[in-house]
Ligand binder design. Structure first.
Ligand code: AMP
Length: 282
């Protein structure tokens, strides 16, 4: 496994694979890797000849009061984990390598589907994601790119971006990896105190409970309210609890497949999760 920190170095490392028309798979990450990230790499390994993983904490997708400075940076540990799952090349550029010294004048804004859910509380976040992912796609030029369903809205934004701009690659979505108690794995779980960590699984539990309620015929609005109440009682501060179609359209009844979305804060840590629920005709 090689680690490249410059765009030129990465290009040189990938040249033999490009010449031999090998299938290149790409997994963008911000590092501090866990099994969720590693599952993306395992999927890439199955489909691709060469697997590139980027580790880059992207400043422009963090708001001014968010955790950019404190975001965990653990490159040595990440490298070991990536070697174990068969990553071929790590791309770990500096901020200067990615953004240069000249001001950036180009923005990429995916409209509509970024206006609510996480887009509301995090203005500019998805623009920052769209810019860095487009840059990384252009740098790596992969055949396949792998993203987690944990960030369901992000995955939808990237699918839209790729379609709208004819970016020549296929996006693959990978299911959410969870801890044994159901908590969706996240680099931000490391911020939780021992007590908060015990409360955090209530998010997934409330989503599973909601699924059962919906399947028993409880009204969608009531189900969403129940999630809010459960989480608030457990000590979380709810940002949103929403139901959407898998294409992120608004929906007020459970009469087709839906996705339930939760974002909530435990102390200063913002956690997100979602659950896809199939509608089976009675
Ligand atoms: P991040 O490092 O948080 O930017 O995440 C990099 C990629 O890993 C994104 O595509 C995430 O959706 C994905 N990811 C993060 N956590 C999980 C998880 N628990 N299960 C599946 N994918 C995940």
């Amino acid at each position: 496994m090689k680690t490249e920190t410059t765009i030129q170095g990465l290009a040189a490392s990938l040249q033999p694979a490009r010449t031999a028309r090998k299938i290149i798979g790409f997994v963008p990450t911000m590092g501090n890797l866990h099994q969720g990230h590693l599952n993306l790499v395992r999927e890439a390994r199955k489909l691709c000849d060469v697997v590139v993983v980027s580790i880059f904490v992207n400043p422009i997708q963090f708001g001014p009061n968010e955790d950019f400075d404190n975001y965990p940076r653990t490159l040595d540990q990440d490298s070991q984990l990536l070697a174990d799952v068969g990553c071929d090349i790590i791309f770990a550029p500096s901020v200067e390598q990615m953004y240069g010294k000249q001001p950036r004048l180009t923005n990429i804004s995916v409209s509509e589907i970024t206006n609510d859910l996480c887009g509301k509380q995090r203005p500019g976040h998805f623009d920052g994601v769209a810019v860095v992912v487009t840059k990384l796609f252009n740098i790596v030029q992969p055949n396949y790119a792998f993203f987690g369903q944990k960030d369901f809205q992000q995955l939808a934004v990237i699918r839209q971006l790729v379609r709208d701009l004819n970016i020549p690659l296929e996006v693959i979505g990978v299911p959410i990896a969870r801890a044994e108690d159901g908590l969706a794995l996240s680099s931000r779980n490391g911020y939780l105190s021992e007590d908060q960590r015990k409360v955090a699984p209530s998010i997934f539990k409330s989503l599973k409970h909601a699924e059962a309620e919906l399947q028993q015929g409880t009204d969608l609005k009531e189900v969403l309210e129940n999630i809010k109440t459960t989480l608030t009682t457990a000590g979380l501060v709810v940002d949103y609890v929403e139901a959407r179609t898998p294409q992120l359209h608004m929906i007020d009844q459970f009469n087709q497949d839906i996705v339930l979305f939760v974002a909530a804060k435990l102390g200063t840590t913002r956690l997100i999760d979602n659950l896809q629920i199939k509608h089976t005709a009675a």
